[in-house]
Write a protein of this length. Structure first.
Length: 133
């Protein structure tokens, strides 16, 4: 983040806290974005201190002990965002499908959901990226 601000902006464009499913990841991401927006430090030590949360601090410690291939980091960053977008689209489709199959909808509601499902069926979300300046 501090050396690659375009990563943070790209993440903010594509991922909201609600898009994450693991509570500790939600807290870390939210804290990171808040620190970034307030122009506070976003290094792992600052995050751990700001989290004030044992589980989050342990998770950050675990991340710090992993080796990261800097040459592949950007590729995996975009790939991870894409996987989150894909998962969220699949979950949205499945939720609509489940509601349609429940048999508890009025005809109008069922028709509206069927229309939404049809629109989403062929849709594929792509990572939104910042325009190069």
């Amino acid at each position: 983040g501090e050396t690659k601000p375009h990563f943070v902006e790209t993440a903010r464009l594509n991922i909201e806290v609600k898009d994450l499913t693991i509570p500790v990841c939600k807290r870390i991401y939210e804290t990171y974005i808040e620190n970034f927006q307030e122009q506070q430090s976003t290094d792992f030590l600052s995050l751990a201190i700001n989290l004030n949360d044992q589980e989050g601090q342990e998770f950050i410690s675990e991340i710090l002990h992993k080796k990261i291939n800097q040459e592949k980091a950007e590729f995996f960053f975009y790939e991870t965002i894409q996987k989150i977008l894909d998962r969220n689209l699949i979950l949205l489709r499945e939720g609509i499908k489940t509601r349609l199959q429940s048999g508890k909808l009025s005809d109008d509601d069922a028709l509206e959901l069927a229309k939404q499902f049809s629109e989403l069926k062929g849709e594929e979300l792509r990572v939104a990226q910042l325009e190069k300046r």
